[in-house]
Design a protein around this ligand. Structure first.
Ligand code: GRF
Length: 200
C-alpha cells in the first residue's frame, strides 16, 4: 500500500547534528516521511543554517515575540497546522514544548535524551549536566533514549534505547561525544520503527 509521506517538523536550538542524521536517513533509507519545517527559538544556529541550505522551510518562534505565553503557544500550533505537520521530532530543542502543542499532537512528538531514562532525566538534566551526573553516580554504562513527549519532562513512553560504555578515564565531554555518536544511529532507527507502526 502506498501512503503519503508523513510530514515532519524538526524542533532545534543548536548544532542540529541529530537533525542532519535524520535528514540523511530519510533519504538513504527511503523512508515514507519528509522534513517540511525546522522550528527554532534561535534565528541563527547550525540547525537553521542546515535547513536553509537544504531548502527546508524555517520558523523562528520565541516567547518574547508575543504578548503572552498563550499567544506564543497558539502561534506555534497555528504554524504547525498551516504546514500540515503530522509528527514533531525534537532534536536539541532547548525549550519546553507548550502544553497546547503537546495536546494538539498527542503521541506524535518524540524526543531524544542523552542518557538511559528514567535515570538522569527531568528538569535541569540536559547537555553536559547529564553526563556529569552519570559520571558522579559511578555508572558503568550510559546511552540514549528516544521517547514520546508528554507534559512532563522526559516522562513519555520510551520507544528505543541504545547503550554505550562509560570508560574509567571519561570526562563529561568524552562521554557526551560517545553518546552523541550513538544518538545519530538510534534516532533514525527509532523514527523508522515509529513510522512503520503508524503507517501499517
Ligand atoms: C543531543 O545530545 C540530544 O540528546 C539533546 O540535545 C542534543 C542535540 O544535539 N536533546 P544536536 O543539536 O542534535 O547536535
Amino acid at each position: 500500500m502506498t501512503t503519503n509521506k508523513t510530514r515532519i517538523a524538526i524542533f532545534c536550538s543548536g548544532s542540529g547534528s541529530n537533525f542532519q542524521a535524520i535528514f540523511h536517513a530519510l533519504k538513504t533509507r527511503q523512508l515514507n516521511a519528509k522534513i517540511v519545517l525546522c522550528l527554532s527559538n534561535r534565528s541563527q544556529c547550525g540547525a537553521m543554517e542546515f535547513a536553509h541550505q537544504n531548502g527546508i522551510d524555517t520558523a523562528h518562534l520565541m516567547e518574547k515575540q508575543f504578548s503572552s505565553f498563550d499567544a506564543f503557544s497558539e502561534a506555534m500550533v497555528k504554524c504547525l497546522k498551516e504546514k500540515q505537520i503530522e509528527m514533531i521530532v525534537l532534536a536539541g530543542y532547548m525549550r519546553k514544548v507548550p502544553d497546547a502543542v503537546v495536546t494538539a499532537f498527542t503521541d506524535r512528538i518524540i524526543n531524544i535524551h542523552p542518557a538511559l531514562l528514567p535515570k538522569f532525566g527531568g528538569k535541569g538534566m540536559y547537555g553536559i549536566y547529564v553526563h556529569t551526573a552519570v559520571l558522579a553516580a559511578g555508572e558503568t554504562e550510559s546511552g540514549a533514549t528516544v521517547h514520546l513527549v508528554n507534559e512532563e519532562y522526559d516522562k513519555g513512553r520510551i520507544l528505543m534505547q541504545r547503550r554505550v560504555p562509560v570508560l574509567s578515564d571519561d570526562t563529561p565531554e568524552s562521554l557526551a561525544a560517545r553518546v552523541l555518536a550513538c544518538e545519530h544511529t538510534l534516532y533514525p532507527d527509532a523514527l523508522e520503527k515509529l513510522l512503520a507502526e503508524q503507517q501499517s
